[in-house]
Design a protein around this ligand. Sequence first.
Ligand code: PGA
Length: 265
Amino acid sequence: MTAKLPQIKISLTYETMGKKAAHEIAELLKQKPHAVIGLATGTTPLSMYDELRRIHREEGLDFSKATFFNLDEYVGLSGEHPQSYRYFMQEHLFNGLGVDDSQINIPNGMAKDLRQECEEYEEKIRKAGGIDLQVLGIGGNGHIGFNEPGTPFDLRTHVVTLTPETRKANSRFFNGDPEQVPAFAITMGPATIMNAKKVLLLANGQGKMNAVFEALKGSTSPQLPASVLQLHPDATFYLDRTAAKDFDKYFIPATHKITPMPVIR
Ligand code: PGA
């Protein structure tokens, strides 16, 4: 594949960022109702999920033929656990889109043989024809999925040990106690993500500014996992203006196709 610099789309607000990204998914589904869509958890995609639910409810966009694959899941939490990513997706998106269980794929963190679960997950993606569009958030340390700094770019779905940094960041969902955050997770690897035909990375807020900047500038390095996207042929960064502060000073709009987005109400 021929790499091309990621496009950067900057929105004034978090809500607009989510709406613009949702519209890209809606467009894909209109053209390809059987699309295979990779999704992410976290607070970042919530405004996008709100908009997708609205589009389904008010505009009748049909999600019933699509297939969904999530990036990651904690090891040791069942889908009924309120902090599992399976539960999160049901609450924030799938219930509102009327999708059936058979359309949903999320790694099983309760699998007896985790390595086999990872291999089977890759196989399911292959059998579905590969991911058409993958949504990503980014960690303050540049992680994508649960691929922490240092993850080799050629890894596919694998089991990871979460860093203290990530467990601390996610402890806000576990009574503020990092010890309650599972120590392991299953995640698509950088190579799985890079195989997606299109990638949308969403980031908002000042806490993401440095990671986004580092991911886009200079060389690629496993120390900054999101920097692998510089090698992707079709990646777009949807940012709010705080995550993209001063970008115009460092990036040339023509080469990075920086597009300031109008506010959508
Ligand atoms: P967040 O997490 O959306 O909750 O900020 C993103 C991530 O860590 O990948």
